[in-house]
Design a protein around this ligand. Structure first.
Ligand code: GTP
Ligand code: MG
Length: 324
């Protein structure tokens, strides 16, 4: 299961209570106060783990609470600190405050991490309060409460190039030809319901990350089809590869414009990203004649490929590499 947004409540541990205690030992009359301090509560830490690629594991845990510090003990024993709660998320996770929607941190690289809530300080034991005028204080501090907040986590996959296009254009077929990713492929629209990533290895050790996305249709910005929310995953790609089904009965330049329009409605910034247009299914005679007919109306450098016959894919990769 893929999940690219979750809201969670997090709370750091409370500080442990300070201890009120007096030293009582044979032959040591009036041993004085010996209550230890409480331990600090555990922090809430978020960290980016490169082995994760979804937020699904957090969707069952609405509340994540770090352990409290232990109370102080007699004999000047300090309570144990609560263990920090480390929450792992995939790189590319943007952390927002749920209420104000401001970005608290963008965990872009693997290993990036942030302390989101600090554990409460432990309370001081009665020993600390002893003074010359009050040598046997009968009070101690309570531990401070841990910080708490609601978070909104949003995953924006980090890929170099994202495949966009109408449903059935052959996006998933292309990524399976170029990488080890194996999204489902079928001759009906909306086969792909969630994005997937694949690493494309070129010769001489060069490689880049490609993202296959669900199909977009006209009106996606108003929620038609699967909507356009998954476009967040190409907000960070350096490049957009726009796949067109060459065998379509509709004019190819019109198909091209539908997607361009949806991209700019989603985000003008996205629409300005460098793009490569790919006409697929060139093994079919309709595609070959359509390509000839509409080539001039498509952007310069449009590549013709057949994912099934594996033709043109080299040229496509070279173009991608040059633009990256
Ligand atoms: N003839 C031919 N068929 C192709 C080619 N590429 C893909 N197809 C077929 O087109 C259909 C759709 O392919 P997908 O790869 O699932 O298309 P998609 O763009 O990922 O579709 P959605 O996930 O629904 O958006 C499948 O039946 C594929 O076998 C091609 O180069 N030539
Ligand atoms: Mg697909």
């Amino acid at each position: 299961m893929f999940k690219d947004e979750v809201t969670v409540y997090v709370r750091a541990g409370n500080g442990g209570q300070g201890c009120v205690s007096f030293r009582r030992e044979k032959y040591i009359p009036m041993g004085g106060p010996d209550g230890g301090n409480g331990g600090k509560g555990g922090d809430i830490i978020l960290t980016a783990n490169p082995h994760l690629n979804t937020l699904y594991h957090l969707s069952h845990h609405q509340r994540l609470i770090a352990p409290n510090g232990q109370p102080g003990g007699s004999n000047n024993c300090t309570g144990k600190d609560g263990k920090d709660l480390v929450i792992e998320v995939p790189p590319g996770t943007v952390i927002r405050d749920r209420e104000h929607q401001n970005i608290l941190k963008d965990l872009k690289e693997s290993g990036d991490s942030i302390i989101l809530c600090e554990g409460g300080r432990g309370g001081r034991g009665n020993k600390v309060f002893a003074t010359s005028t009050n040598q046997s204080p009968r009070y101690a501090d309570k531990g401070a409460p841990g910080e708490e907040r609601w978070l909104y986590l949003e995953l924006k996959l980090i890929a170099d190039v994202g495949l966009v296009g109408l449903p059935n254009a052959g996006k998933s077929t292309i990524i399976t030809r170029l990488s080890a990713a194996r999204p489902k492929i079928a001759p009906y629209p909306f086969t792909t319901l969630e994005p997937s990533l694949g690493i494309v290895a070129m010769e001489d050790d060069r490689s880049f990350v490609m993202a296959d996305l669900p199909g977009l249709i006209e009106g996606a910005s108003h929620g038609r089809g699967l909507g356009d929310k998954f476009l967040r995953h190409i907000e960070r790609t350096k490049l957009v590869a726009h796949i067109i089904d060459g065998s379509s009965a509709e004019p190819l330049d019109m198909l091209y414009k539908i997607i361009r329009k949806e991209l700019s409605l989603y985000s003008p910034k996205l629409a300005k990203k460098p793009a490569i247009v790919v006409v697929n299914k060139m093994d079919l005679p309709e595609a070959a004649s359509n390509f000839k007919k509409y080539r001039a109306k498509l952007p310069r450098g449009t590549v013709a490929v057949s994912a099934i016959k594996r033709t043109g894919l080299e040229t496509f990769l070279k173009q991608v590499w040059r633009k990256l």
